[in-house]
Design a protein around this ligand. Structure first.
Ligand SMILES: [Zn+2]
Length: 206
């Protein structure tokens, strides 16, 4: 091989390596919410940045994972995600209602991420500044979660604990923040809540 051909080959190889690197980087960025959390079973479906549901403020520390129920029996994860997004539209939300959560877990066990975990959500005042919130769908007024929903919630909660260096002791109900009856079934049934925490602890075992 002539030195000139060798040089061309090296330039081509370097260009290919650069392209490959850029492609890998783009896939990583596009796949997740860009917040360092990469969960294969969670679909990234971010809501628009707006003052009512995604203020775009930095979430500096996370001390607790807070569990909620959507309070709208039979509604899907997507419908709840879209509701949070619509709060950012002044025409759809003239009253300026503020609400959101980082994640919504649906009736079939699907999980959507609405807000990066590096940003504040409006879910449990006055603890929005140091918590990550998960909204959970439920089929009826009792507020009890379906088995598929429950399984994803245990998985997601334990993965969030691992990500933030927390344990099941740091997982709380909205009820524990403000006394609001949320998540209803687990605020009314202390044993059901303890059993959920036990399942999260089990999932955290190496
Ligand atoms: Zn709540």
């Amino acid at each position: 091989m002539t030195p000139r051909r060798l040089r061309r080959l090296i330039v081509a190889a370097a260009a290919a390596a650069l392209l490959l690197g850029a492609a890998v980087w783009a896939v990583l960025i596009l796949r997740g919410a860009g917040d360092g959390l990469d969960l294969s079973y969670v679909k990234t479906d971010l809501i628009r940045v707006n003052e009512n549901s995604r203020p775009g403020l930095k979430l500096e520390t996370v001390r607790n994972i807070v569990i909620h129920y959507v309070g709208n029996p039979g509604s899907s994860a997507k419908a709840n995600r879209n509701y949070f997004d619509r709060l950012g539209d002044p025409k759809a939300n003239p009253a300026g209602t503020a609400a959101s959560a980082h994640f919504v877990v649906g009736l079939e066990g699907e999980a959507l991420q609405c807000i990066p975990v590096t940003e504040i959500a409006y879910a449990n005042y006055p603890r929005n500044g140091d918590t990550v919130s998960v909204e959970v769908c439920h089929p009826d007024e009792s507020g009890e979660f379906l088995p598929a929903t429950y399984a994803t919630l245990v998985r997601l909660t334990s993965d969030l604990c691992r990500h933030f260096g927390l344990t099941e002791k740091d997982v709380i109900r909205h009820y524990d923040v403000s006394g609001k009856l949320c998540p209803k079934y687990y605020a009314e049934n202390a044993e059901a809540w303890q059993s959920f925490l036990k399942d999260v602890a089990g999932a955290l075992q190496p």
